[in-house]
Design a binder for this molecule. Structure first.
Ligand code: AVJ
Length: 317
């Protein structure tokens, strides 16, 4: 489909090059986790969600299905659902099927393939729903095509994707959601909750090695798209739970001293040097409410607690 409006953000490969070079120039080096999701990375992430150790997706899907009557009652009739990142669409289907006559759906998604797939799938399942897909990086200022739709906006941001952002970035993102929902809208956000560290760590170190492959695919993508020569066998995935910061910190570790060419530059790695590639923050009611309030939002309802292991939170201005 080529009718999806891009939002005028810069040339994607130039943006990738700029972000990768900037990250590799920092000490310690880092790379942005949003670049995990090329076609192979998205497929590997779907495989992660099926691993026995990765509880997040299963628990959230169950919680959403079970909470839909209460969520629908809170949200009311004929809302316009705006989803930040469209993913595989299973949760979206549960949401749209459970809401009271939703009138429109706007997925905001950086991957054209994922965006097309979600529109095709959901369009077939909900023929009466107006679709307004937007090909965009939701961390950048958004020009949302909401005009003329009317109806209150429900922002949907499941998966604990918020947890992939540092607190300052998470607040910026929540602010953008506060702008999107305006005075009368709401946001439904999925957050992974603080729990037994062993269970959290296992979720990011599955026995089948899918998460390791997902992490290292970032280097394969950089090789392909930026003409780099990372040797995938000379780097390793490492995910550890930092209890004091209540987050998983994922690194790519250089297994030896080595030199890599990236977009015409020479990058040196020491043996055991770690490059930070992802955070997955875990929240408590207090830490999440604090982020929300810095963004001008408050938590008005919620489903799931530390016993459930995952939470859905409904926010408004
Ligand atoms: C994108 C937030 C759902 O942080 O749990 C899974 C991404 N990274 N395993 C997460 C991820 C490694 C995931 N979310």
């Amino acid at each position: 489909m080529n009718s999806i409006p891009a939002d005028g953000q810069a040339d994607p490969s130039a943006t990738l090059r700029r972000d990768v070079i900037a990250g590799l120039s920092r000490r310690p080096k880092r790379l942005p986790s949003k670049y995990f999701y090329d076609a192979r990375g998205s497929a590997l992430f779907e495989a992660i969600t099926r691993q026995p150790e990765y509880y997040l997706t299963r628990v959230e899907q169950g919680l959403l299905a079970q909470s839909m009557p209460a969520i629908a009652a809170r949200v009311g009739r004929q809302c316009h659902v705006v989803e930040y990142g469209s993913g595989s669409g299973l949760k979206t289907r549960t949401l749209l099927a459970g809401l009271d006559a939703p009138r429109a759906y706007t997925p905001v998604e950086i991957s054209p393939k994922a965006l097309n797939a979600s529109v095709a799938r959901l369009g077939a399942r909900f023929p009466g729903l107006a679709m307004h897909p937007l090909l965009a990086d939701f961390t950048q200022p958004l020009d949302l095509p909401l005009a003329g739709e009317g109806g209150r906006v429900l922002v949907f941001f499941p998966g604990s994707t918020l947890g992939n952002f540092r607190d300052d970035e998470a607040v910026a993102l929540l602010r953008s959601m506060a702008a999107t929902i305006a005075d009368d809208g709401m946001a439904l956000i999925g957050i992974d909750l603080v729990k037994n560290p062993r269970r959290i760590e296992a979720a990011y170190n599955d026995a089948a090695g899918i998460t390791a492959a997902f992490t290292l695919n970032l280097l394969a993508r950089i090789n392909r798209e930026l003409g780099a020569d990372f040797d995938l066998g000379a780097f390793a995935h490492r995910a550890r739970y930092a209890q004091e910061r209540e987050r998983i910190e994922t690194d790519i570790v250089s297994l030896r001293e080595q030199t890599v060419q990236v977009a015409g530059r020479t990058v040196d790695f020491a043996a055991d040097e770690a490059m930070r590639v992802e955070y997955s923050h875990k929240y408590r009611d207090e830490s999440f409410a604090a982020l929300a309030s810095q963004a001008g939002l408050r938590v008005i309802d919620g489903w799931g607690d530390q016993g459930t292991g995952f939470g859905l939170r409904l926010l408004s201005r």
